[in-house]
Design a protein around this ligand. Sequence first.
Ligand SMILES: [Zn+2]
Length: 427
Amino acid sequence: MTMTPGFRSPRKSAPNPSKDEPMPCCHICNTPFEAFLSFGQTPISNHFLLPQDVADEYFFELAVGFCPACSMVQLTEQPDRERMFHENYAYFSSISVRMAQHFEAFAASVRQRWLDRPDPLVVELGSNDGIMLRHFAKDGLRHLGVEPSANVAEAGRRQGVDTVCAFFDADLAEKIKAEKGQADAILAANVMCHIPYQDSVIAGFDRLLAPRGVVIFEDPYLGDIVERTSFDQIYDEHVFYFSLSSVSAMFARHGMEVVDAEPQDVHGGEMRYTIARKDARPVHPRVAELARREAALGLAEPATFARFAGNVARSGMELVAALADLKRQGKRVVGYGATSKSATVTNYCGIGPDLVEFISDTTPTKQGRLSPGTHIPVRPYTEFSAGPPDVALLFAWNHGAEIMAKEQAFRQGGGKWLVYVPKVEIL
Ligand SMILES: [Zn+2]
């Protein structure tokens, strides 16, 4: 396993797991596996702290491994869910215009391609504030959102989206089926990779789905993470890093197969998988094409992940070197976007307030708090716009195009962007 370089982090020595400690077991097939990369002791990614709470901060070892049996890349351990999803947890999808357009197109493609029965039912896991289902609701199509965050579910209802506040599992699937009948399409966007108990979820799909129904979900794609060294996609909330290979194995256990796989240029590179019961739907030629691409990339080979871990270490060192260099030149550096993924970068690289003055973010609940682990102050966006820094470190790189288009005045005023995916550079 490649250990974290640690840089100047006070938690430099990642704990050496004792030889007696049992190996983690695959969440999907229960095969023991080893980590190929550890980021060391890492805080909860979305836990922005009040200054008085710094002493009690919780850390766990953020590490990923590869299951040799089913090829699933996954976290070796996850913090307790209660620590991760507290009442302040609220991510509202609709704040991004780009994402709103993306989900409108997603909904349209579902309607055109897959809803071929009269009076179809569409169910969405993690329906958030209704960003996708409202496109079904407005035309009176039967739909149900399943959203575990109460305040986010309420925002969905205000959009006219039928929403149940719950976690999806096999029991809930039975209840939905008893009330509404079989589902024609079950959708999930940026949800499946968060759920450790996939077996119960997929068993739920099996119970709820009509004979020719489809499950369509999209999540960050392992191939993009490996190719772009986008290691900050790895954080506590993402249990799984899916590939066609691992998704196929996961659904084959329940008699289902991947019938389409379409790359999506959102969130730094995602894949949209469409799944049906075996032989219920024709398999699109894209699936075989992607399988060939994954074989060429070596996404089911341990050596690929050893190489990836080396690339991650190099990328982290280059980023720290760039920040140290800017500091020597007396440049002001401010972070842009207090994202969950930034916790991985700042903690792995030991980036604190000595290198990044503050992080600008528009989310009121994060402002006035400190970033997890390295305690960079989070301040309102107005502080960025009123006193632009020399360099903005783009933590929200997955929305890079949208942000750079919005921040043209920053560039025209001489400001520069420091990015680290796919490589460290100043733009
Ligand atoms: Zn496995």
